[in-house]
Structure formats: structure tokens, C-alpha cells
Design a protein around this ligand. Structure first.
Ligand SMILES: [Zn+2]
Length: 153
């Protein structure tokens, strides 16, 4: 099991609120119904499928946004979720959607909003740093150009 934190892709999480919608994302999931990490069990444990070119079994939690891949048929989704994301309130509560109380649903949603805002902030910081670096490169280049033109005179 390997994990990956990546930037971006913030808006798609809002669509993954229900177990039924998450389950639909698993149409190309490489494990069958007899695996412990079946599509239904994965969706129940808060994950949606987000395969990429290198990791066909990459999934992400809609609450804590943890990404996990490298699944094995004997991996138990709830246990993997909690062991790789101990702060996730959804994994800590550890119940299928149908068994959640109104209070728990509210708590999960509040936590998801906090996590989402953290990710948005991280993305903005990342973009800002990149912009600053580009501005610095541009500035240094201009300085060098000015300097070399000054020497020509
Ligand atoms: Zn989580």
C-alpha cells in the first residue's frame, strides 16, 4: 500500500457526498465483489475511484481527501482508511451511511468543509509560490539583459 498527496482537483469532492454516487465511480475497479476491497465496501468506507495513468486502483476519501493505491484483495477498506488517515472523522466513526445519526452526518460535513478549505489554501499557496518564482526569473533575466546592454555602450 502506497499513499500520495496531490494538489488540486478540489471541486469534484462535492459530488461524492453519497455512498451511491461514490459507488458509481468504481465502474472500472480492478477487484470483484468477492474481494474484501470490493467496490461496494470501498464506497461504504468513504472512497471514490480516481484512477490515473500509473495507478489504476487509486482512490480518495471524500472527507479527509487521503489518496490510497496499491490495494490487495484482502485489504479491508475501513481498516486501511483509518490506519492511513487517523484524523479522518468519517473513518473514526466507521459506519455505513445508512447507520449514521443526524449528528454524525453534520460532524462529517463540517469536517469535510474544514479539510476542503485547507486544501484550497494549500493550492493557493502553491500557485502563489509558483507565480513568485516565475516573477523572480523574469526579474533576474531583465536585470541581466539591462546589465549586458549597459556593458555594450
Ligand atoms: Zn477519510
Amino acid at each position: 500500500m502506497t499513499t500520495d498527496e496531490s494538489e488540486g482537483y478540489i471541486e469534484k469532492y462535492d459530488d461524492m457526498f453519497t455512498e451511491a454516487i461514490r459507488l458509481k465511480s468504481f465502474q472500472k475497479w480492478p477487484f470483484g465483489d468477492d474481494a474484501k476491497c470490493s467496490a461496494a465496501k470501498m464506497a461504504e468506507a468513504g472512497f471514490f475511484h480516481c484512477p490515473n495513468e500509473t495507478e489504476l486502483d487509486s482512490v480518495q476519501c471524500y472527507v479527509c481527501f487521503k489518496e490510497l493505491d496499491g490495494w490487495d484483495a484482502s485489504d479491508e477498506p475501513w481498516a486501511e482508511h483509518l490506519s492511513h488517515s487517523k484524523i479522518c472523522v468519517f473513518a473514526k466513526i466507521g459506519k455505513p451511511q445508512k447507520d449514521l445519526t443526524a449528528k454524525e452526518v453534520f460532524r462529517i460535513e463540517m469536517e469535510r468543509k474544514v479539510n476542503k478549505n485547507k486544501r484550497i489554501t494549500a493550492q493557493l499557496l502553491y500557485d502563489f509560490r509558483k507565480m513568485s518564482e516565475e516573477a523572480e526569473d523574469f526579474f533576474v533575466e531583465m536585470m541581466e539583459k539591462t546589465e549586458s546592454e549597459r556593458k555594450k555602450k
